[in-house]
Design a protein around this ligand. Structure first.
Ligand code: ZN
Length: 73
């Protein structure tokens, strides 16, 4: 699980509402343009953008920048 300190309060609230299983799926299923496949994200920042949760970080394999938008349900 990512360090909670990188979450904005709002982002943390939304993240906490996601079930543990789903969180892992999100973290382990981020498309890396460099690896050209789904990879694990190492989150650097998490914030709310237009109501959705935006996770930004680096690819666990090649360390390229990757991002994952988690749409509000
Ligand atoms: Zn990669």
């Amino acid at each position: 699980m990512p360090d909670k300190k990188i979450f904005t309060p709002q982002a943390r609230k939304m993240w906490d509402q996601i079930q543990g299983d789903s969180r892992l799926k999100i973290l382990n299923n981020v498309l890396c343009m460099h690896c050209r496949k789904a990879v694990t994200i190492n989150i650097n920042s998490a914030r709310i953008v237009a109501g959705d949760l935006l996770l930004q970080g680096t690819c666990a394999i090649c360390r390229s920048k990757v991002a994952r938008l988690v749409e509000k349900e």
